[in-house]
Design a binder for this molecule. Structure first.
Ligand SMILES: Cc1ncc(COP(=O)(O)O)c(C=O)c1O
Length: 415
């Protein structure tokens, strides 16, 4: 029997959407108001905020605000009109691409309007049906969706398991040889939920035995890792071994958009073949000029990264010293693992927000196994040691309540 799409949607709202009625506006789609920073308004009250990827604190940096305002006043958001290839190119776009490439130590780069779309489209344009993709099982949705577009074979390796990656490379090599195809390995610099760095150096080492190109999504690594902020490859001493590098503007740049950097010829190929950029309007000039300003500050004001790590180290050490489990993070992403049911986790978050004025994100099943709760903290350069101290003290109190079963019942008022 044929179904009606609207009827189907009414019956199945999706894994998160099914809870929309109870959670919309509070747990999902909350509104954080005021200038971006560690203290923002949520439902009319100031809260200590640990849930924005404003790693370097650039969102409210006076020079950034000035550059954003002046470029918007000068050019407006309409300019340029058209796709880059047809009528939407500018000197600013090209300057930003050149500076980004230099920043991540590659020959050239191409801007993408949105990180997610850029990754999907880059994967799509790099491989054809004879090629084989090998990728990490816990990859971000943009990688998974790029892989879904791939018409050829793909092999997934267990998360950060280099041995399994090699096993999949052996299978991929056999198939690629038979088909006359190539191999693309895709992983992340930093896995955004748990904060563990990808095993980029070890995967680069595998190039000695296998013939493949490596594509790294370094959304959380750029600006935060490596001596100059060039990301995970620089941190691990293997930037050269990353053949195609992706960075987003949505995190340490505190902007929107992103870029893909690689060899000059590969980037030129992408300029003429990447569908998300060929068939879409170019990035507006104020965003391009805003990105140039942020990049300049990243290069010239290392104190932001230093502060970020001061806060990160204090937070992570403080949590561990207080007995919290933070897993295998070796980046700024700070997950705090707890055990409890979904109702307990919502009561806990409600208590944390309403009674301790702390706003952070919560990750529960199906993103993590049943019974696990992750409170995910994103430190920034503009948090203070007092913020860290207060958070650890508050977490100790709420975990005591969790263990005492206080979040099990309806004792905590429903939202
Ligand atoms: C690992 C990873 N890749 C890609 C993206 C997508 O980037 P954007 O927000 O720029 O679309 C994100 C951001 O959520 C991310 O965490």
């Amino acid at each position: 029997m044929i179904q009606d799409i609207f009827e189907k949607i009414k019956q199945n709202r999706g894994p998160i959407g099914q809870h929309a009625k109870e959670s919309h506006g509070y747990f999902t789609f909350p509104k954080l108001e005021g200038p971006i920073g560690p203290h923002m308004n949520f439902r009319g009250k100031q809260r200590l905020n640990w849930s924005l990827n404003n790693y370097l604190g650039l969102a409210d940096h006076p020079e950034v605000r000035k550059a954003d305002a002046e470029s918007a006043a000068e050019y407006g958001f309409s300019s340029p009109m058209g796709a880059r290839m047809m009528s939407g190119n500018s000197n600013h776009h090209e300057q930003l691409e050149a500076e980004l490439a230099a920043f991540v130590q590659k020959e050239d780069s191409i801007l993408v309007n949105f990180g997610y779309q850029g990754m999907v489209s880059a994967i799509d344009c790099l491989v054809d049906r004879r090629d084989v993709i090998v990728y990490d099982a816990e990859s971000h949705a943009c990688i998974l969706d790029g892989v879904r577009l791939h018409m050829g074979k793909r092999y997934v390796f267990k998360h950060n398991d280099v041995e399994d990656c090699e096993k999949q490379l052996q299978r991929a090599t056999k198939l690629a040889e038979e088909q006359g195809g190539a191999i693309l390995v895709i992983t992340e610099g930093v896995f955004g939920m748990r904060g563990d760095q990808g095993k980029v150096k070890e995967i680069v080492e595998l190039k000695k035995k296998y013939n493949f190109r490596l594509f790294v999504d370094d959304a959380h690594g750029i600006g935060t890792l490596g001596k100059t902020g060039a990301g995970t490859g620089e941190e691990q001493g293997c930037q050269e071994g990353i053949d195609i590098y992706f960075g987003t503007f949505a995190k340490s740049f505190a902007l929107i958009g992103g870029f893909i950097a690689s060899d000059e010829q590969v980037v030129e190929y992408m300029r003429y073949n990447m569908r998300s950029q060929i068939f879409a309007k170019a990035m507006p000039l104020p965003l391009v000029i805003g990105a140039l300003k942020r990049l300049e500050l990243m290069r010239n004001e290392p104190q932001h990264k230093e502060n970020l790590w001061k806060i990160t180290n204090a937070l992570q050490k403080g949590l561990v010293d207080a007995g919290f489990e933070i897993g295998e993070t070796n980046s700024c992403v700070t997950p705090v693992y707890m055990n409890g049911s979904i109702p307990e986790s919502t009561n806990l978050i409600y208590d944390l927000r309403e009674n301790y004025n702390i706003f952070c994100s919560m990750v529960v099943y199906p993103v993590v196994p049943k019974g696990m709760i992750i409170l995910r903290l994103i430190p920034t350069a503009v948090h203070t040691m007092e913020d860290v101290q207060y958070t650890i003290e508050s977490f100790s109190k709420i975990v005591g309540k969790l263990k005492a079963g206080e979040y099990m019942s309806d004792k905590i008022a429903a939202v």
